[in-house]
Design a protein around this ligand. Structure first.
Ligand code: TYM
Length: 350
C-alpha cells in the first residue's frame, strides 16, 4: 500500500516556500493516504543550533503541521530523534552510499561553501540520514519542493544498491519482492520511493530576486514571507516585492525574462489552489498595482488563520509535546519492524 513520508527541518522560521512547497501538500495527501510527517531535529544538528533554538524550532514546526490541518490521530506526527531507528539505519546507509554520490550533492556544495575541510561530517552524510528517514518506513511517496529532488534520487540509489548487494540473503529470508534493476531481477527489500513534486509551488522564489529560492536563511527579511508574519508584514512584503513595469501577460508563455512576475503568479495560483493559466485569465493584462493588493489579501486570508492557530497551540507546550511523544511511539513500532529485518539481512542478528 502507498505510504507517504516527509520531513521539515526545525531551523529558523517557516517560509511561504515551505508551506506551499511542502506542508500544504502534506495536508492534501492525508485525505487519500496514510502519512508520516516528521520534524527532523537530527538533521538540524548539522548547522549547530543552540539547544534552546532546537527545542523552540521543533515545537514550532509541530505547531505549524497541526495548525495547517494535519491530523495527528489519523496520521503520525513526531520528531526524528525520538525514534532511534532513524539514526541506526542512517549508519547502515553510510556504509551503502559512496563518497562520490554524496560529493555530487548540490546542497552540500552550497552549504559547505569553499571551506570543505571545516564542514561537519554530518553535513556531508545528511542525505544518508534522509534516506533512512524515508526507508525506515519503506515509504513509497515523498512530497517535497524541487530543491530536495537530488536527495530523493540518492535515496533511490541507496535502496537499489542495498537490494542488489543483499539480494540473495533477502531472498533466502523471504523478505523481498522481485524488482528489476536494468536487465537483472533482484529481491528488493526497500521500495524505489517516488518524489511528489507537482503544481505551481515546487520552487517559490525570493521576493527580492526571482532567480533565487525563497529561503529561511536569506539575510533579507523582505525576500520571504514567514508563516508567522502579521497581516501588515505580509502586505508590506508583497507591496515591496520586486517586479517590472509591464502588465501581467495574457498567458503563461509570456513570462520570458520575468521570473519575479511569474513567481507572484505562481504564489497566487498555489494559495488559491488553481493554475497559473487560471490566474492569468483573471489578471492577464492588469498592472501590478491591481494584482499585488489582490495577492496580499489572498495571502493574509490564507496564512493568518494558520499563524493564529500556531500561536494558540504554542501556548500549550505540554499538548504539543504529548502529540510528538504519541506519534513517536507509533512510528517506533513501524521503524523497529524494518530494523529487525535489516539486521537479519545484514547478518547483525540471526
Ligand atoms: P527543509 O526543512 O529545508 O524544507 C522543508 C520542505 O520545504 C520545501 N521548500 C520549498 N518548496 C518550494 N519553494 C521553496 N522556496 C522551498 N523551500 C523549502 C523543501 O523542498 C522541503 O520539502 N532535507 C529536507 C528535510 C528532510 C526530508 C526528509 C524531507 C529530512 N528528511 C525525508 C523529505 C523526506 C530539508 O532540508 O527540508
Amino acid at each position: 500500500a502507498p505510504l507517504i513520508f516527509s520531513g521539515v527541518q526545525p531551523t529558523g522560521n517557516l517560509t511561504l516556500g515551505n508551506y506551499l512547497g511542502a506542508i500544504k501538500k502534506f495536508v492534501a495527501l492525508q485525505e487519500t493516504h496514510d502519512c508520516i510527517y516528521c520534524v527532523v531535529d537530527l538533521h538540524a544538528l548539522t548547522i549547530n543550533p543552540s539547544p534552546k533554538e532546537l527545542v523552540n524550532g521543533t515545537r514550532s514546526i509541530a505547531a505549524a503541521f497541526l495548525a495547517a490541518g494535519i491530523d495527528p490521530v489519523k496520521h503520525i506526527v513526531f520528531n526524528q530523534s525520538r525514534v532511534h531507528q532513524h539514526a541506526e539505519l542512517a549508519w547502515v546507509f553510510n556504509c551503502v552510499a559512496r563518497m562520490g554520490w554524496l560529493n555530487r550533492m548540490t546542497q552540500f556544495k552550497e552549504k559547505a561553501g569553499k571551506d570543505r575541510e571545516n564542514a561537519s561530517v554530518g553535513l556531508f552524510a545528511y542525505p544518508a540520514l534522509m534516506a533512512a528517514d524515508i526507508l525506515v518506513y519503506r515509504a513509497t511517496h515523498v512530497p517535497v519542493g524541487d530543491d530536495q529532488k537530488q536527495h530523493l534520487e540518492l535515496t533511490r540509489d541507496v535502496a537499489q544498491k542495498f537490494n542488489y548487494d543483499y539480494s540473495d540473503h533477502i531472498g533466502e529470508l523471504g523478505l523481498g519482492v522481485p524488482m528489476e534493476i536494468g536487465e537483472e531481477t533482484v529481491n528488493g527489500y526497500f521500495p524505489m520511493t517516488e518524489p511528489v513534486i507537482e503544481g505551481p509551488a515546487t520552487r517559490i522564489m525570493s521576493l527580492r530576486d526571482g532567480t533565487k529560492k525563497m529561503s529561511k536563511s536569506d539575510p533579507s527579511e523582505l525576500s520571504r514571507i514567514n508563516l508567522t508574519d502579521t497581516a501588515d508584514d505580509i502586505a508590506k512584503k508583497i507591496r515591496k516585492a520586486k517586479t517590472d513595469p509591464e502588465p501581467l501577460p495574457g498567458d503563461s508563455g509570456g513570462f520570458e525574462g520575468r521570473p519575479e512576475a511569474e513567481n507572484l503568479v505562481n504564489i497566487y495560483a498555489a494559495l488559491s489552489e488553481t493554475t497559473k493559466e487560471e490566474v492569468l485569465r483573471e489578471f492577464g493584462g492588469k498592472q501590478f498595482s491591481v494584482f499585488k493588493p489582490a495577492l496580499a489579501d489572498l495571502a493574509v486570508e490564507k496564512l493568518s488563520p494558520i499563524a493564529d492557530e500556531m500561536r494558540r497551540l504554542l501556548d500549550d507546550k505540554g499538548h504539543i509535546d504529548s502529540v510528538l511523544a504519541n506519534g513517536a511511539e507509533r512510528a517506533s513500532v513501524l521503524a523497529e519492524k524494518t530494523m529487525t529485518d535489516v539486521k537479519k539481512i545484514l547478518g547483525l542478528s540471526w
